[in-house]
Design a protein around this ligand. Structure first.
Ligand SMILES: C[S@@+](CC[C@H](N)C(=O)[O-])C[C@H]1O[C@@H](n2cnc3c(N)ncnc32)[C@H](O)[C@@H]1O
Length: 214
């Protein structure tokens, strides 16, 4: 892994400021580059039928709505650092009733849940956890029930240093940092890197199972 230029080190306050503006244009713009968000849900559905789902960094709630559709019996919790992103998610999920819970919090070692989850989704969230991505993956391992699954879709890498730097300005780290940690802690069910725009960057789809203790 290459070391990061200083612009790529995000922090909670900077991310909250960033999304104060971007929450207003998020849904209108992100379809054009956050690829694989539907595919990762379909990959997860091939290997599990979760009752309790957590989406970390749920943003404006697109995945929460789709998770409710895909898993009609599930209780779905979304947690996000940005209150403005959550405000959009609240409007979108009101009609889904009491099976959806939205929490304003930073996810990581300090996060406390009342019960373990069967599925934890990170959709374009982990690449913004800098430097906390390893802690967040470890927290997800802790917060999953035995035999539960983690599902991750995110930026993987790029051959273009200028593009990597630009993404860093947008708080995204994409130097292949996630996959080794995921595959070390979870038994892979889906493990793919797909090209975006003919290879300008690659994005990661990973679904893995937490081992059941013997
Ligand atoms: C690129 S958006 C992805 C939103 C959504 N998952 C999607 O796929 O459209 C990343 C989200 O992660 C949230 N986030 C970043 N760091 C976080 C942290 N430490 N804890 C919780 N949420 C965080 C941001 O506020 C933002 O809403």
């Amino acid at each position: 892994m290459a070391s990061l230029p200083p612009t790529e080190v995000g922090d909670a306050a900077a991310i909250q400021r960033y999304y104060r503006l971007h929450s207003q244009i998020y849904d209108a713009t992100r379809w054009s580059f956050l690829f694989g968000r539907n595919a990762i849900l379909n990959e997860a559905a091939k290997v599990c039928s979760p009752s309790r789902i957590l989406e970390v960094g749920c943003g404006t709630g697109k995945n929460i709505v789709n998770l409710c559709r895909l898993f009609p019996q599930a209780e779905v919790t979304g947690v996000d650092l940005s209150e403005t992103m959550l405000n959009v998610a609240r409007r979108k999920t009101t009609s889904l009733g009491s099976r959806v819970h939205l929490l304003h919090a930073a996810y990581g070692p300090e996060f406390q849940s009342k019960h373990p989850f069967d599925l934890i989704l990170f959709s374009y969230a982990l690449s913004m956890f800098n430097p906390g991505f390893a802690d967040a993956i470890a927290a997800a391992h802790r917060d999953l029930a035995a035999g539960g699954h983690i599902a991750v879709v995110d930026f993987h890498d790029t051959r273009l240093p200028l593009f990597e730097r630009w993404m860093g300005v947008n708080h995204v780290r994409m130097n292949g940092q996630l996959r080794p940690l995921l595959s070390a802690q979870f038994a892979a069910r889906t493990d793919q890197q797909r090209n975006a725009y003919g290879g300008v960057w690659r994005y990661l789809l990973f679904v893995g199972r937490k081992a059941t203790p013997v």
